[in-house]
Write a protein that binds this ligand. Structure first.
Ligand SMILES: [Zn+2]
Length: 239
């Protein structure tokens, strides 16, 4: 019999046998270095203007800019979410310290959460001083995919409350060290956001703080990443 033999190696097997990458769950700056895997955050209009076809994205209407976009732009976003390289929805959320109308923020946030639920893609959340409203809104959306609170700087008590609601927490260059130590590795991500910090250095610093080896931390976050993206059609790309 002729023909080619095709080996079907499960993607997960390839992943676990390779060196774990430095995963950056939320950044606004491209990073094409080998061994680094960022999820680039973009507004829908920025994504349309020129997305890097080799990069992974989260796309969403940031609460700061709610009001400057029309509701029709939400329809554009729904289209973008069907693209494979858009692996998450965000950053979206609520912010009581910005000028955008809070009710409109809530409307956009809820709508985008529903879109995320429809396409089964996880959500990157921005939240400033609106924690009770955030939890209330999250509880109102059925079949909510996994949610990560990005740039978390809160105290351990707030972290505990969010973890109880099933949220993941992502830490950037500025954070409360006691909180970071209190978060189970299965719920923890690292990110550089819009900072010029280096994700590799952030991993090193965090590993030291947690008393872990660097590879141990990379493996733990890679496993959390797998669970976070487990239902997302883009999961295979987020590796
Ligand atoms: Zn950001």
């Amino acid at each position: 019999m002729g023909g080619n033999v095709v080996l079907h190696i499960p993607a997960f097997f390839i992943f676990v046998t390779a060196m774990y990458p430095f995963l950056n769950i939320h950044t606004h700056r491209p990073d094409a270095r080998g061994g680094v895997c960022p999820v680039l955050c973009a507004e829908p209009s920025d994504f349309l203007r020129g997305a890097d076809s080799a990069a992974l994205y989260s796309v969403g209407h940031h609460p700061w800019r709610v009001g400057s976009q029309s509701r029709a732009e939400l329809a554009t976003m729904a289209q973008l979410l069907l693209q494979k390289q858009v692996v998450a929805v965000g950053e979206i959320g609520l912010d009581k310290v910005c000028d955008a109308d809070f009710r409109l923020q809530q409307e956009f946030f809820k709508f985008q959460l529903r879109m995320a639920a429809c396409v089964r893609k996880p959500v990157v959340v921005h939240c400033v001083k609106a924690w009770s409203e955030l939890l209330e809104t999250l509880s109102q959306v059925e079949d909510l995919p996994p949610v990560v609170i990005h740039g978390f700087r809160g105290k351990p008590q707030l972290a505990e409350q969010l973890l109880r609601h099933g949220c993941f927490l992502s830490f950037g260059p500025k954070f409360n060290a006691d909180t970071l130590k209190s978060v189970p590795l299965g719920s923890l991500f690292l990110e550089t956001d819009d900072d010029d910090a280096d994700i590799v250095a952030l991993y090193g610093h965090t590993a030291e703080l947690l008393g872990l080896g660097l590879e141990q931390l990379k493996q733990a976050i890679a496993e959390t990443w797998q669970r976070f993206f487990a239902d997302s059609p883009g999961a295979a790309l987020a590796r």
